[in-house]
Ligand binder design. Structure first.
Ligand code: NAI
Length: 348
């Protein structure tokens, strides 16, 4: 019996407008798996991107997340001078109900792409989950594709230092206040790196235990999750979910720099301009958070974690070039990054 009347309205025109090559929906009745795989672009190489397991409010939200994240992956690869395309998958549901059977069913979904889509970790999907998914397909790595959490955090550290140099003419972290939103895998590694360099670190997380760990281990100052946007700091580092800079928060932010690991930090593109108009430097998220991808790429070429940590310093050079272009042409660093990535994809 058809349930068309209960289906959400999702416009195919919208997918055409976003420019995606392929968007696929999978359902496995036996395990309850519901997944969307979005492939944005494969001109540079196979689409890579993590799998997110999340209890979305609506199916349209899930689709939107997959579309935005896969596009960001394509730009991330292109901007990092890595010859991969961009994709992303979301598994829709309560992560607490994750089972090995469901993950194996998802592994068969990944396998059905025959290598055109290669996946890895993301929110609520960790290396243990990848091992189960990997029972059904060889097309899995860790991180975005590679065990990259520490490398991601190191890339964000380089990004923050590049931004400090651009904004203040001095990249010294000591004495600078950095507010890290989200003390998960990346956020906690970033806090450690900032504290090691004597930055004044503030932390917020909806999970109190994670905040407490950062306070005890790194002498960080706790900030309530809803006070984040009104707390004065030099650098705001979003390391939780995307979309945190929106019409409601952009004018409240009391920082000079926004630079963190979260994917799709801007709710809309116009928020990059809004930040620039307030003299706040927005560091394009997909350039600064490429560490997981860099780690995977280094690993594929036979390198180890130390090689990846060295390679991710490239984030700093790329950002410096993009800041230069933005300054010279009177555009935002996000525009400069997009232009660079689009040129690489077009030339592939
Ligand atoms: P995670 O799930 O380990 O950590 C996220 C943290 O944010 C959790 O501690 C969670 O409690 C907290 N959080 C959620 N909502 C919050 C809110 N409203 N306020 C404050 N804290 C909140 O995820 P992970 O791996 O650390 O990733 C963080 C972000 O960085 C995500 O957006 C992810 O897509 C992105 N990213 C991660 C990469 C990686 O290597 N893991 C690579 C590139 C991007």
């Amino acid at each position: 019996m058809s349930v068309w009347a209960e289906m959400p309205t999702v416009s195919l025109d919208h997918i055409t407008e976003t420019g995606h090559e392929q968007v696929s929906y999978f359902h496995d009745e036996e395990t309850g798996l519901e997944a969307i795989v979005a492939i944005y672009d494969t001109r540079l190489g196979p689409a890579v991107g993590g799998t997110r397991f999340y209890d979305y409010d609506t199916e349209a939200d899930a689709l939107d997340d997959a579309l935005r994240l896969s596009e960001a992956m394509a730009y991330k690869c292109a901007a990092a001078d890595i010859d991969f395309g961009g994709g992303k998958a979301v598994i829709v549901g309560d992560p607490a109900e994750k089972t090995d059977d469901l993950l194996r069913a998802y592994g068969r979904v990944v396998d059905s792409f025959g290598g055109r889509f290669v996946t890895g970790e993301d929110v609520n999907v960790d290396t243990d989950d990848l091992a189960v998914i990997g029972e059904e397909t060889p097309y899995v790595g860790g991180g975005d594709i590679g065990a990259g959490t520490a490398v991601t955090a190191e890339g964000v550290r380089h990004g923050i230092e590049a931004a400090l140099a651009e904004r203040y003419g001095d990249d010294t972290l000591a004495g600078r206040s950095v507010l890290v939103q989200g003390c998960g895998k990346v956020g906690s590694e970033l806090v450690a790196r900032l504290a090691d360099r004597s930055a004044d670190v503030l932390v917020a997380d909806v999970d109190d235990a994670r905040v407490q760990r950062m306070v005890e281990a790194h002498d960080a100052t706790p900030v309530a999750p809803d006070a984040v946007y009104d707390t004065s700091c030099d650098v705001f580092a979003p390391c939780a979910m995307g979309g945190v800079i929106d019409d409601g928060t952009v004018d409240r932010l009391a920082c000079d720099i926004v630079c963190g690991s979260a994917n799709n930090q801007l709710a809309a593109r116009r928020h990059a301009r809004a930040l620039a108009d307030r003299d706040a430097l927005y560091v394009p998220d997909y350039v600064v958070n490429a560490g997981g991808l860099v780690a995977g790429h280094v690993e594929l070429e036979g390198g180890d974690v130390d090689d990846a940590l060295a390679a991710v310093e490239g984030v700093r050079d790329r950002l410096e070039r993009m800041f230069d272009t933005a300054r010279e042409e009177g555009i935002t660093p996000l525009d400069a990054a997009d232009r660079y990535a689009e040129r690489r994809m077009a030339e592939a």
